[in-house]
Design a protein around this ligand. Structure first.
Ligand code: AMP
Length: 545
């Protein structure tokens, strides 16, 4: 017998209808050059319906991809609402990627319209010169300067549009948004979120033992809206009715601390490097941060000392979460259990430095190299595999079945899980370098370095760095030349510079006699990582690396 209940599509128009009826007076505040711009949800949603009408008038139809190349601000949020609600697909571009990677991503996704911040136009124009699919460029006026010919002004478009009376209903399995993973072992791969996956991710995120957002919250997403949907916060805020505070392009620790204090932020989210950098200004402003009740941190492992410092200084423990672009992204959250009530602070610290437990709706297992499932004993480890309704089933135009065997996503992260279900990541299967929450491909850097005529071998490893989690260190074997060892580290950095984003450039180059090899002749980067593990911390301390 079938259930006799109503069935309505789980879609973003439903979230929007709820926000419009239940939370019209809640606010969105965006930092600007001379203060802040404040709007309410009612106006935000009306503007989103104007944007949808304007995009339609430009010929954007169902399934068309509309890209954004923007900071976190009101207009970006309007695109988050308008584009999926008109049945089109929002494609958030990572403004920090190198232009050739961005050009690949834009072409691969087939973006037809792009919404760009004026402050980011120089970077966008380099991408635009390499792509043919983008028909229209809409510029958000977030900085002084002329508007280039051939582009459309965002505010003019909205002012001229007649807003759609309401958003149409969209099937729940329709694509809502897409986001590319930074390619670490090949080209970037497109993750395509559905309306349904977004809505279910929101429900899970909002649970009290999730991120627990509520109507009384004032939320500052420091995590960029191009990084895995700003971890779902824009839609979660609409659903909860929380006030939103958007930093725009003002991303310095001081500016962010000012927003926390002046706007009475209760909940903020960002990667570990942000929280490391924010600790000094926030400590100085601690008397003005009384409303802050929660900090969410993910994207890379939070250093336990930072988590401890926040707990001790503000009484706010950073909530550690784990996930990937492929997991929408929240796949586990570290919150305490009733059984932890009697734990000493240090013991609780240890539990909560883990990546936490999966919410209902995500299933997890750890799988050993031989394919067997490792037990949940806190010691045995294996690659994390997850499945659930907001986990990718495939990549856009690149099915990659090896990443999705029997319906589970192979994450590439290696972890233990304890008897209570707390996941603790111990390593990554790949040798990618994570700097400030962003990926750097060691393989790509090695390929480029080994393209230099005076380089015999090169291995690039991620070494712990006091500010950026990890930074690349290039370990290079000079080719023997008659002229002798004239090749310098600076030569190699200059060799790389035209090919990669600036943050990809290795922080240093060391010359070694030989790259250690494994038994099957591969570079053994584990050995190099061990050998140079203190390289940057010693350098920061003023010692010889
Ligand atoms: P991205 O798709 O760029 O968000 O990167 C996802 C990857 O970031 C994961 O596969 C992990 O390797 C890493 N990651 C995300 N969150 C955490 C965390 N809390 N601790 C350690 N690594 C993390």
């Amino acid at each position: 017998m079938k259930g006799l209940m109503q069935e309505l599509p789980l879609n973003i128009p439903m979230l929007v209808r709820h926000a419009a009826r239940m939370h019209p007076r809640k606010s969105v505040t965006t930092k600007t050059a001379d203060g802040v711009r404040v709007t309410c949800y009612a106006e935000l949603l009306e503007r989103a319906r104007r944007l949808a009408a304007a995009l339609r008038a430009l010929g954007v139809g169902p399934d068309d991809r509309v890209a954004t190349f923007c900071w976190n601000h009101q207009a970006h949020l309007e695109a988050y609402i308008a584009v999926p609600c008109m049945g089109s697909i929002l494609h958030t571009l990572n403004i920090r990627l190198f232009d050739s990677d961005l050009a690949y991503i834009v072409e691969h996704a087939g973006d037809s319209v792009v919404i760009v911040d004026k402050s980011l136009l120089p970077a966008w124009q380099k991408v635009a010169a390499r792509v043919a699919c983008v028909r229209q460029t809409i510029v958000v006026d977030d900085a002084p300067g002329p508007q280039p010919a051939g582009t459309l002004d965002y505010e003019t478009l909205l002012a001229q549009a007649v807003p759609l009376p309401e958003f149409p209903d969209v099937p729940e399995d329709q694509a809502a948004a897409m986001c590319y993973t930074s390619g670490t072992t090949g080209p970037p791969k497109g993750v395509v979120y559905s309306h349904r996956s977004n809505v279910l991710h929101c429900y899970a995120a909002l649970m009290a033992d999730g991120i627990g957002l509520c109507e009384t919250d004032v939320v500052l997403p420091i995590v960029p809206m191009f990084h895995a949907n700003a971890w779902g916060l824009p839609y979660a805020c609409l659903m909860a009715g929380a006030d939103l505070v958007m930093p725009g392009r003002y991303m310095t620790p001081d500016a962010l601390t000012g927003l926390l204090a002046e706007r009475g932020v209760t909940f903020a989210a960002g990667v570990p490097t942000i929280w490391q950098a924010m600790l000094p200004p926030m400590t100085a402003a601690r008397d003005r941060l009384g409303r802050l009740r929660a900090i969410l941190c993910g994207g890379a492992a939070i250093p336990p000392a930072v988590q401890r410092a926040y707990q001790r200084t503000f009484g706010v423990r950073i909530t550690h979460a784990w996930g990937m672009t492929e997991t929408s992204p929240i796949a586990s959250i570290s919150v305490p259990l009733a059984a932890h009530a009697s734990l000493e602070l240090e013991a609780l610290d240890h539990v909560l430095t883990s990546q936490g437990r999966v919410p209902p709706g995500v299933e997890v297992r750890i799988v050993r190299e031989d394919g067997s499932e490792a037990p949940w004993d806190g010691e045995s480890f294996g690659e994390i595999e997850v499945r659930g309704n907001w986990i990718a089933a495939s990549y856009y135009k690149e099915p990659a079945p090896e990443k999705f065997p029997d319906g589970w996503l192979r994450t590439g992260d290696v972890a233990t899980i304890d008897a209570d279900g707390y996941i603790r990541i111990v390593d990554r299967t790949k040798d990618v370098i994570k700097s400030g929450g962003e990926w750097i491909s060691s393989v790509k850097l090695e390929g480029l370095l080994m393209g230099h005529p005076d380089v015999a071998e090169a291995a690039v490893v991620g070494i712990a760095h006091p500010r950026w989690d990890e930074r690349p260190l290039a370990c290079v074997v000079r080719r023997k030349t008659e002229a002798g060892p004239s090749l310098t580290g600076d030569d190699l950095i200059e060799h790389l510079r035209p090919h990669v984003a600036r943050f990809w450039l290795p922080d240093d180059v060391v010359f070694i006699d030989e790259v250690p090899k494994t038994s099957v002749g591969k570079f053994d980067k584990k050995v190099l990582r061990q050998r140079f593990q203190d390289y940057f911390s010693q350098r920061a301390a003023g010692g010889e690396p």
